[in-house]
Design a protein around this ligand. Structure first.
Ligand SMILES: Cc1ncc(C[n+]2csc(CCOP(=O)(O)OP(=O)(O)O)c2C)c(N)n1
Length: 359
């Protein structure tokens, strides 16, 4: 299916339209429980996100990057991944974390400023979140290469924003992936902005997906507010990676509905009309309409889901807030299996500094 949509011809994969109807012949044929589970994850993601913003405003959370509007990208991709696949995430990936099973209280704990929340459970293949934009891309290619050497039938996913495609890391990573045909899926969340810099200033190319052609592998642009399109493209790309058919670049065309982070004011660089225009394309609404059309959803189920999600969120917040505060060791502990000597030296230095400061 990916090859049927050529980004160089301006073609974009969309399966669900804004009224929730699926295009015949493209529907990935998910079962009713799978569709419902996807919607439930999207609603949970939005609930978790909204609570995070409130906590930040109340001073109970650090700077926070909202995920509003990205739920289809995140849940659509994660629900196509299978056990064994690796994720090299960026900082705006809440729905991926929740769908892959990251404990909600840990997520809150991390964004409350405690590195212990970033300690990925051993059962999950999630690399620590990358704050340096784009740095996770070459790392994911290294992991892809390692998987090939070990003959593991897995795929390695890196997620990143449109801004990351201007970093050298993007080009170096994709070039190497193309040359070595690594089992990578590069998932670009094109949400139109890198903080205040619009996509048009990021690249002169018409699409990000078309850049894959320069590296010798397929690229596809999908409607990032259409969970079926995201899921179908991701499933095919992941299958190809696992089956030795090399990497794929997926550009999910969407919009960042919120501010860049709680430190930003997007009203200074974009209009309310533009944001309102994208509200019509709300990814949750689109899947909900689809479920209703199939007779799988109604107001009662919606209310129950909202209540259940709120309850889960409140429990996780209470759990995270009841945990002990971070230690200095926590700042150094959760990235490497064994701490490298330079970090160990920095830790000792810092402890000595704190000891002196306390005297
Ligand atoms: C290497 C590097 N340069 C600059 C920054 C500051 N910074 C943080 S997020 C961001 C914009 C990222 O935009 P994009 O990749 O499009 O992702 P989005 O935030 O839109 O999801 C920048 C410039 C950083 N974290 N790392």
């Amino acid at each position: 299916m990916i090859e049927r949509f050529d980004p160089l011809k301006g073609e974009r994969l969309q399966i669900l339209d804004e009224k929730g109807s699926a295009r015949a012949g493209l529907d990935p044929g998910l079962s009713d429980p799978e569709l419902r589970a996807m919607y439930e994850r999207m609603v949970l993601t939005r609930t978790v996100d909204a609570k995070a913003l409130k906590l930040q405003r109340q001073g109970r959370f650090g700077t926070y990057a909202s995920n509003l509007g990205h739920e289809a990208c995140q849940v659509g991709l994660a629900s196509a991944m299978t056990k064994g696949d690796w994720l090299f995430p960026y900082f705006r990936d809440l729905g991926l974390y929740l769908t892959l099973g990251y404990p909600l209280a840990d997520h809150y704990h991390f964004w409350m400023g405690n590195e212990a929340g970033l300690r990925t459970p051993d059962s999950l293949n999630i690399y620590p979140v990358a704050i340096p934009v784009g740095s996770q891309i070459p790392q994911s290619v290294g992991a892809g290469l390692a998987a090939r050497y070990r003959k593991l039938p897995i795929a390695v996913v890196a997620t990143f924003g449109d801004g990351a495609t201007s970093e050298g890391d993007f080009h170096e990573g994709l070039n190497m992936a193309g040359v070595f045909r690594t089992p990578n899926v590069f998932f670009c969340v094109n949400n139109q902005f890198a903080i205040s810099v619009p996509r048009a200033k990021q690249t002169a190319a018409a699409t990000i997906a078309q850049k894959a052609a320069a590296y010798g592998f397929p690229g596809v642009q999908v409607d990032g507010n259409d969970i079926l399109a995201v899921h179908a493209a991701a499933r095919e790309a992941l299958d190809n990676a696992r089956n030795g058919k090399g990497p794929t670049l997926i550009e999910a065309y969407t919009y960042r509905m919120g501010d860049h982070t709680t430190s930003d004011d997007s009203g200074r660089y974009r209009t309310k009309e533009e944001v309102r225009e994208w509200e019509r394309r709300d990814p949750l609404l689109r899947l909900r309409l689809h479920l209703e059309k199939k007779g799988l959803w109604d107001a009662k189920l919606e209310k129950e889901l909202q209540d259940r999600s709120t309850e889960l969120v409140e429990k996780a917040v209470a759990e995270a807030e009841a945990r002990p505060p971070a230690t200095v060791e926590d700042l150094f502990a959760y990235t490497y299996a064994e701490m490298p000597p330079d970090l160990a030296a920095q830790l000792e230095d810092h402890k000595a500094f704190l000891g002196e400061a306390a005297r």
